[in-house]
Design a protein around this ligand. Structure first.
Ligand code: NAD
Length: 358
């Protein structure tokens, strides 16, 4: 296939890890007979330095006219004093909004050789392989009315509104059931239907969408029980379908089950162009030293192949190469342990390229 990929490296370690993912994608394209065109764009603090805004119109146009966007990270101490609307992080909000990205997908998968990096016991976390799907553009973070208002008798009242429409629930449920079909075909929908009306509708619509997916198993779980089950028996989950606020919290909980932040990819998808990025930030404390772990970004590139281009075989090849590289003992500093071979960002990227199945 031919595909245009917008490459927005951004700031800090973004500028080191994104080239490693591009390196891997180039070799995969060559081996499997695809043509990927990589179109670089300025974003975040880097864009502020060059043209004065975190998301230049040119970058947005590049993203919109691409088939997918690969992003590194944005932000850093240099831009922290700026007014909120000019901060690098605003670029992410702008991209999400402009690309209509309503679903965030975060896999939490344990690489067995890294089990000791988790704070949980090996027997609890071994075999974890789940995908948390979070609704991104609705719910209590955006619902109206919201605000803080004075009370007549003194004091104030702060309020937000949890609101979902049938259509918002339907489209995120479709993402979850479609994703489950690529995996173990099991969706667990998270809600608080015993207390919240918005959750009652959520449960009803998800159940309704499920009728079109008889090959996928659906169960429902209350959010408080889900938070507990994630640390008690996380292996039971395949796809976890969440609204915005529950997904915000549970995706971080799920991520931490597996250990290092440098290993965790993500995808945000919507109507057309999807955005693929590691979950971590620009890590200014380690930037420019060739020590950042590029695996989260390389795994994000694998998600791009699977979710944006339906190239599941090619995505699996990248996953296999990551596993083999770890099995061979290659480790960046963040996941290093005694007896393992300490390598830098570039060397880790090279090793993953070498270990791609031919
Ligand atoms: P961070 O994720 O950048 O770093 C947290 C810790 O994890 C640091 O110790 C860092 O060294 C380590 N780490 C992160 N990525 C790593 C990697 N690939 N390899 C090895 N270690 C890694 O979070 P932070 O320090 O809170 O934020 C730094 C900047 O990034 C801030 O400006 C913040 O706003 C921004 N940020 C951006 C995004 C994004 O672009 N999506 C996300 C979160 C934070």
């Amino acid at each position: 296939m031919n595909a245009k990929i917008a490459v927005l490296a951004g700031d800090g370690v973004g500028r080191e890890i994104v080239p490693e993912a591009v390196k891997v994608l180039k070799v995969v394209a060559e081996r499997h007979g695809h043509t990927f065109e990589f179109i670089p764009g300025n974003v975040g603090g880097h864009a502020i330095d060059k043209v004065g805004v975190p998301l230049p119109a040119e970058t947005l146009a590049i993203a919109k006219h691409s088939d997918a966007v690969l992003l590194g990270a944005v932000g850093g101490p240099k831009w922290e004093g700026l007014e909120y609307s000019l901060r690098p992080e605003r670029a992410l909000l702008g991209l999400r909004e402009q690309l209509g990205l309503y679903a965030n997908l975060r896999p939490a998968k344990l690489y067995p050789m890294l089990a000791d990096a988790s704070t949980l016991r090996r027997d609890v976390i071994e075999g974890i392989d789940m995908l948390v799907i979070r609704e991104l553009t609705g719910g209590i973070y955006f619902g109206k009315p919201k605000g803080i208002e004075p009370l007549p008798g003194g004091g104030e009242r702060g309020f937000n509104t949890e609101v979902y429409t049938t259509e918002e629930i339907r489209r995120i449920a479709v993402v979850a059931f479609d994703a489950a079909r690529k995996r173990r075909k099991k969706v667990t929908s998270v809600d608080k239907a015993n207390v919240l009306e918005s959750s009652e509708l959520w449960r009803r619509v998800v159940t309704d969408v499920h009728r079109g997916y008889p090959d996928v198993a659906l169960s429902h779980i209350y959010v408080d029980n889900c938070a507990m089950q994630l640390v008690r028996n996380p292996r039971q989950f395949d796809v976890l379908l969440c609204n915005n606020i529950f997904g915000d919290i549970l995706s971080d909980e799920a991520a931490m089950l597996t250990g290092s932040i440098g290993m965790l990819p993500s995808a945000s998808v919507g109507a057309k162009v999807g955005l693929f990025e590691p979950i971590h930030g620009s890590a200014p404390d380690i930037a420019g030293k060739n020590i950042a772990n590029p695996i989260a970004t390389i795994a994000s590139a694998a998600m791009m192949l699977s979710y944006a281009f339906q190239l599941d075989k090619e995505a699996a090849a990248i996953e296999q190469a990551i596993v083999k590289t770890l099995e061979l003992g290659f480790r960046t500093k963040d996941i290093h342990a005694e007896g393992m071979q300490l390598v830098g960002t570039v060397e880790m990227g090279d090793a993953i390229v070498r270990n791609l199945p031919s």
